[in-house]
Ligand binder design. Structure first.
Ligand SMILES: [Ca+2]
Length: 117
């Protein structure tokens, strides 16, 4: 069992249905705002731990939080930026990934990347 991470797999496809692609991206990025370290603009282990209860993740152990961070940290700086966080959320939900590849690609390129640069 993947423990509490199962929550994401149950949660995201429902959200995608309700919100549509753009709305889901927005929700995910709102999640990023909630979890990030406001000074750094990144999700660090400390900020994730401090804010995990906001997303119902307060039961995750430290090593589970850390492995989430490591899994999403594609540039290896030890923290999650907005892009890494959104990609991680989708990777935790394979079902959603499959059903929404097309809009995901469009939304990622147009909105996420566009808003970052
Ligand atoms: Ca990173």
């Amino acid at each position: 069992m993947a423990g509490n991470l199962v929550r994401f797999e149950d949660f995201l496809p429902t959200m995608a249905d309700k919100l549509g692609g753009d709305g889901l991206i927005e929700e995910l990025c709102n999640g990023f705002q909630l979890l990030m370290d406001k000074d750094k603009g990144l999700i660090t282990f400390e900020s994730l731990k401090r804010n995990s209860s906001l997303l119902g993740l307060q039961d995750l152990r430290d090593d589970e939080l850390l492995s989430m961070l490591r899994e999403g940290d594609s540039d290896g700086d030890g923290a999650l930026n907005q892009m890494e966080f959104c990609v991680l959320m989708f990777r935790l939900s394979p079902e959603l990934m499959q059903s929404s590849k097309r809009w995901l690609e469009e939304a990622m390129v147009n909105e996420l990347v566009g808003s970052m640069f």
